[in-house]
Write a new protein. Structure first.
Length: 456
């Protein structure tokens, strides 16, 4: 499957979906499309437990945007320091993605998620006790490692347990849950600061992560024992990352994942806040309200994607087609915000985020292009691309702002210059997406047949 045609249970790629237990040391869950989860409360608990963990992951990812003025005032952090602190989460997160993919496929989502969440608890406790930039960066990196399975574990589980149509809805609603976590990182955190301080916030988050571990242990189905690979060690070696990163769909979407998807998260989780305080000139409370608006818009956008995406897919509007059609709107809105400068406020960035959410459809499309035994590795490899982009863009924008100011640019001019470089990279990644269209179909069919042979 190239990702350009809708995936159905009887269509192309169906042969790759039989026998989840096949493959190198694969976690043997239920076959995709069999939907063996009990209905009602158990299904709600299954989704809710994963959603609770991902809610906290997204909150921790975005909270630095709200706390940036506090860190600048209390610790004297500059723009590059803020970029490094926020990006440390993504550095730890990205470093885990390749081993995470192997762990998800070999040991299963439940055990992998529980093991890593324990590290996130330790990271939050260390962050609450940190006394300088170095200890904050190390603690935040550990948090990033600990929540690195927050989305990949549920997506891998949905790939194993749910039908393709149910996966589309569940994937979008998980992103909606992440947006809810980002909403919680704005005004609610701002309200807590006078009462608990930023250290108290992280003590509380450590406790909530421990509660999330309990819910996952109670409601997520137990991982079944790893099944031996039918082809032995040779088959195990074949089911690695080389097959994934050489897939035409992966090559086609990776630059957009790095720059547009990564940039969306970088701005939403950090630079939208400093833009509002340093470019538009509003205070920290106003910036928190602005971030609340941005993340609330994202929440309802992902809720809408979850409802309409299965219907669009049935009408031939798959992820790749929607990205080709809608990403130019996001690029145009980014250019508009740069032109407006100080007049570009929260609603301008909220509409830009809304237009760019279509790029999030690329991740489940990549996961669906591979057989089930490779789903964890495929999703994690693409997630590595995304979050490497987040780290590079968050830190890079901060460095460019500092450099521009050192060269004599004013506050607005420095931000415009840094975001202009980001806009140029985003445009280049979109042009790559368009330019890779011609060769994808034939090569994709060939590689899909090779991937599917791993499970037969």
């Amino acid at each position: 499957m190239t990702g350009d045609e809708p995936r159905t249970e009887g269509g192309a790629g169906a042969g790759a979906e039989a026998g989840v237990g096949a493959g190198a040391g694969a976690y043997s869950g239920a076959g995709v499309g069999e939907d063996r989860l009990p209905p009602g409360f158990a299904l709600l608990g299954f989704f809710g437990a994963f959603a609770g963990a991902y809610f906290l992951s997204a909150l921790l990812r975005a909270v630095t945007a709200t706390l940036a003025p506090v860190f600048s005032a209390e610790l004297g952090l500059k723009a590059a320091d803020l970029g490094l602190l926020a990006g440390a989460y993504f550095l730890g997160f990205s470093a885990m993605q390749l081993p995470l993919g192997r762990a998800l496929d070999r040991f299963g989502p439940r055990r992998t998620l529980l093991s890593l969440l324990a590290l996130a608890v330790i990271g939050c406790l260390a962050f609450a006790r940190a006394d300088g930039l170095a200890s904050l960066v190390v603690s935040r990196m550990l948090i990033g490692v600990g929540v690195s399975a927050g989305l990949m574990a549920p997506l891998t589980s949905y790939r194993r347990w749910l039908t393709p149509t149910a996966q589309l809805r569940a994937n979008s609603w998980m992103l909606m849950t992440g947006s809810l976590g980002m909403v919680a990182s704005t005004l609610p955190v701002q309200w807590l600061l006078p009462v608990a301080g930023w250290r108290g916030v992280f003590w509380g988050l450590a406790g909530l992560l421990a509660l999330a571990m309990v819910l996952v242990a109670l409601f997520v189905p137990r991982d079944k024992p790893a099944a031996p690979a039918p082809g032995g060690p040779t088959a195990a070696r074949q089911g690695g990352y080389r097959e994934i990163v050489r897939h035409p769909l992966f090559i086609r979407t990776a630059p957009a994942g790095f720059f547009i998807y990564g940039g969306l998260i970088a701005v939403q989780s950090l630079w939208a806040g400093p833009w509002m305080t340093r470019v538009t000139g509003i205070d920290a409370g106003g910036a928190a309200r602005g971030l609340f608006v941005v993340n609330l818009v994202m929440l309802f956008t992902f809720m809408t994607w979850g409802v309409v995406m299965p219907r669009l897919a049935r009408r031939g509007f798959d992820a790749m087609r929607l990205m080709r059609l809608l990403l130019p709107l996001g690029l145009a809105l980014l250019a508009l915000n740069l032109w407006l400068g100080a007049a570009a406020g929260a609603w301008h960035w909220a509409v830009w985020c809304l237009a760019c959410t279509v790029v999030t459809l690329s991740q489940p499309a990549v996961g669906a292009a591979f057989p089930t035994a490779l789903a964890g590795r495929a999703l994690s490899a693409f997630n590595l691309v995304i979050f490497a982009g987040v780290f590079a863009i968050q830190w890079g924008i901060g460095l460019l702002i500092d450099v521009a100011q050192a060269l004599g640019a004013g506050e607005v001019g420095a931000f415009r210059a840094a975001f202009g470089v980001f806009a140029a990279c985003s445009l280049a990644s979109y042009l790559w997406l368009l330019g890779r269209t011609a060769a994808v179909a034939d090569n994709g069919r060939s590689l899909r047949r090779r991937s599917s042979s791993l499970e037969t």
